[in-house]
Design a protein around this ligand. Structure first.
Ligand code: HPA
Length: 284
């Protein structure tokens, strides 16, 4: 199967366009999950660029996800924030979902922070908990949806990239340390994230299956971006906000709902923002 893919020169062209617009060279990229775009409110001296103005950028179509890049300084580090990410379930080809990651790499970004909203499968987790991602399960990858499928571009990375160290251990420790310093230990967790394609939430049988496989939290994003970032040699940190409990019993009155996800995200956004700011400081 041969599909037309974005070429190296096309990624480079978008990166050069952005560098010319901003005259900033970000070192850290932050992807803001559902309802978590408030992370950029704290930035001083920021530059915002709507996705529709950026050459070749896809457009976000989900409520609760804006569509812009924000450049600014956080904890004295130059950062680029993605307010609104692209999901596979929106119908974007998988290489469009991950398009910004290679662009960020070509702009000089070395570290990626991904945040997302996720359903809690671990019995200990409560709605509103934050979970630092220590590993992931790439379920769409098992089914043949991996952004690295196709001819490998050696200028980006190797044909068979290692994923056993996908999430940077030092960054993970920074999160746990920061959570202690900020008094967040009561709602700070650590665990395995699983990506499902969505957009339908999981059935009871699916949630039970994922839990049996060792999954702590489930969501519809993040993993393709992390795979691409690791292919590029970026260091990755992931944090999930547990916005709902996955339904594990047939007689449960609980149902996963997007409105609930957004509301919890809003309530815990401040804490997550504080955490990210503190961790970025430690990344220096
Ligand atoms: N399942 C999948 N994705 C999600 C969930 C969920 O329960 N909550 C937020 N994103």
């Amino acid at each position: 199967m041969s599909r037309s893919r974005t070429t190296y020169d096309e990624y480079k062209d978008t990166a050069d366009w952005l560098l010319a617009q901003t005259s900033r060279q970000p070192r850290v990229a932050v992807m803001c999950g559902s309802g978590l775009g408030g992370l950029t409110d704290w930035l001083g001296d920021k530059i915002e660029i709507p996705y529709e103005k950026i050459p070749r950028f896809p457009q976000s179509t989900v409520a609760g996800h804006e569509g812009k890049l924000v450049f600014g300084e956080l904890s004295s580090q130059q950062c680029v924030f993605m307010k609104g990410r692209f999901h596979f379930y929106e119908g974007h080809p998988i290489d469009k979902v991950t398009f910004p990651i290679r662009v960020f790499h070509l702009m000089g970004v070395e570290s990626l922070i991904v945040t997302n909203a996720a359903g809690g499968l671990n019995e200990q987790f409560k709605v509103g908990d934050l979970m630092v991602i220590k590993d992931h399960l790439n379920l769409p990858g098992f089914a043949g949806v991996n952004p690295l499928i196709g001819r490998n571009e050696e200028r980006f990375g190797t044909r068979f990239p290692c994923m056993s160290n996908a999430y940077d251990r030092r960054y993970l420790q920074h999160v746990l340390d920061s959570a202690s310093e900020l008094g967040y230990r009561d709602f700070m967790r650590e665990g395995v994230y699983c990506m499902v394609a969505g957009p339908s939430y999981e059935t009871v049988a699916e949630s039970r299956m994922l839990r049996m496989l060792g999954v702590d939290a489930v969501g519809m994003s993040t993993v393709p971006e992390v795979v691409l970032a690791r292919h590029l040699g970026m260091r990755v940190l992931g944090i999930s906000l547990i916005t709902n409990r996955s339904v594990m019993e047939y007689d449960s009155a609980v149902q996963a709902e997007h409105q609930e996800v957004l509301q919890v995200a809003q309530e815990r956004a401040q804490a997550l923002q504080g955490l990210v700011a503190r961790v970025v400081e430690k990344m220096k």
